[in-house]
Design a protein around this ligand. Structure first.
Ligand SMILES: *[C@@H]1O[C@H](CO)[C@@H](O)[C@H](O)[C@H]1NC(C)=O
Ligand SMILES: *[C@@H]1O[C@H](CO)[C@@H](O)[C@H](O)[C@H]1NC(C)=O
Ligand SMILES: *[C@@H]1O[C@H](CO)[C@@H](O)[C@H](O)[C@H]1NC(C)=O
Ligand SMILES: *[C@@H]1O[C@H](CO)[C@@H](O)[C@H](O)[C@H]1NC(C)=O
Ligand SMILES: *[C@@H]1O[C@H](CO)[C@@H](O)[C@H](O)[C@H]1NC(C)=O
Ligand SMILES: *[C@@H]1O[C@H](CO)[C@@H](O)[C@H](O)[C@H]1NC(C)=O
Length: 392
């Protein structure tokens, strides 16, 4: 019984060790290619995959985007990556090949390997869903309250712009920035980079997800490097990258306003105020004209209005004799009838000079309708439209 147990245990153990060895062998095969492949690539990026599930290994290495200069050159990139692969390969056996996803997010290069397909484009909409690795400077931004507020908000703006610039910078997806707050605080420098195989959309989504890590509390810190598998950004109050910054941010001319991005946005809408005032003035003017005309008409009319309308002395209206209407509507013929509405019938007609008219005739037996008809005519008279004619 005991022997069986030991044999079983040995079987399980050797199977486990064998599996672990296959993965480790695959990993070694992959890691050996990365230093040269990464440094010889124009974008300083290389991927590799080897083996079969469940022991398949996916890996990539990436050198920082500014490693193209005289000092940080191709061989520097190779050495940087080789140092990282050596760290894995030379680790004590117990620590070697022990994780499903391993990452080494260095200053100048990064190395990631996994059983998961980290080479494929991200599945979600956030440019990946791995937990960000955060490295913060312990020190806070110093200075008086207004300066600190200005510096942190400008740093935020700097990061937002750097991230956007990096995402659109094909094929390397890399950007650097510098911000001068105009205070005694040193210039803040920023860097953002995605894997060069990322699309603009995925790169932006990935970096924006990382920006979310910089909350109100953490934005006081003097620097940080935040990494995910497919992207990272970094900012510091000292020079940490080579070459010229690709973007530069300076505070707006009046520092006493301490303009946050939101304030600047609302100020840019100031031009809208004169337009609104103009529109209000125009409306008031039109209203004044309209009302005063109504008032004078009322004062003038009041008692005599009804007569004026009916007697055709209102010069703004054309008056027609009943005979003219009979001719126009072909004696109110059935075929000229357009419809029935309220207390009258509407007819189509044509005046001798050719214009088409619509004409409403009060129903002959509508006693109560006469008042309403009169009201309607008076209303129409007040409307004063050139296409309205009056008649009885
Ligand atoms: C990598 O490149 C260097 C320099 O070109 C060369 O000496 C070395 O043999 C290469 N290594 C591999 C694994 O190809
Ligand atoms: C990467 O290295 C391997 C092995 O040295 C080689 O077969 C392959 O072509 C290289 N890939 C690139 C993109 O250079
Ligand atoms: C890269 O830089 C190193 C020093 O950092 C130098 O020794 C080497 O010659 C340079 N290589 C090339 C190809 O420029
Ligand atoms: C690689 O590691 C060696 C030894 O630790 C170190 O001297 C060298 O600066 C490292 N190179 C890079 C590029 O990190
Ligand atoms: C930085 O600021 C935070 C929030 O005000 C505070 O909790 C923390 O102690 C500060 N850290 C240092 C090193 O001053
Ligand atoms: C800000 O982020 C830090 C680190 O990620 C976290 O510990 C802290 O709880 C966050 N604070 C707020 C107010 O969300």
């Amino acid at each position: 019984m005991a022997t069986v147990g030991v044999v079983l245990l040995l079987l399980v153990l050797t199977r486990f060790l064998a599996a672990a060895d296959v993965f480790c062998d695959n990993l070694k095969t992959v890691l050996v290619t990365l230093p040269n492949n990464t440094s010889s690539s124009p974008v300083r990026f290389a991927t590799a995959a080897f083996g079969q599930a469940p022991d398949i290994v996916y890996a990539f290495a990436l050198c920082r985007g500014d490693i193209v200069g005289v000092v940080f050159n191709e061989s520097y990139c190779r050495e940087c990556v080789r140092n990282m692969t050596d760290k894995v390969l030379n680790a004590a056996p117990r620590e070697q090949c022990y994780k499903d996803t391993y990452h080494d997010y260095g200053d100048r290069c990064i190395l990631v390997y996994s059983r998961d397909d980290i080479i494929a484009p991200p599945s979600g909409e956030n440019g990946g869903d791995d937990t960000p690795a955060e490295r913060w400077n312990d020190k806070n931004v110093t200075g008086d309250v207004d300066d600190v507020r200005l510096i942190t908000s400008l740093t935020r703006e700097l990061l937002v712009q750097t991230v956007e610039k990096a995402a659109s910078a094909a094929p390397r997806r890399f950007a650097t920035g510098i911000m001068d707050s105009g205070t005694t605080f040193p210039m803040v420098r920023s860097l953002a980079q995605c894997r060069p195989d990322a699309s603009t959309v995925d790169c932006l989504a990935c970096l924006r997800r990382l920006l979310g890590v910089v909350n109100a509390t953490m934005s006081l810190r003097m620097g940080a490097q935040i990494n995910a598998i497919r992207c990272y950004f970094r900012y510091e109050a000292y020079r940490f990258y080579g070459g010229e910054a690709t973007l530069r941010l300076t505070p707006p001319p009046a520092p006493s306003l301490a303009p946050t991005p939101a304030k600047r946005r609302s100020m840019s809408k100031l031009w809208a105020i004169p337009i609104v005032i103009l529109l209000l003035a125009a409306a008031a003017f039109l209203c004044f004209i309209f009302c005063s005309r109504r008032i004078t008409r009322k004062r003038r009319g009041k008692a005599g209005e009804e007569q004026l309308v009916w007697q055709g002395k209102n010069s703004e209206f054309s008056m027609f004799e009943f005979e003219q209407v009979l001719v126009a509507t072909n004696n109110f013929s059935e075929e000229n009838k357009l419809g029935q509405c309220g207390f009258g019938t509407v007819y189509k007609g044509q005046l001798p000079e050719g214009s088409e008219i619509a004409l409403k005739r009060l129903a002959p037996h509508s006693g109560q309708g006469f008042t309403e008809f009169k009201n309607e005519v008076q209303l129409i008279a007040k409307l004063k439209h050139k296409n309205l004619l009056l008649g009885s």
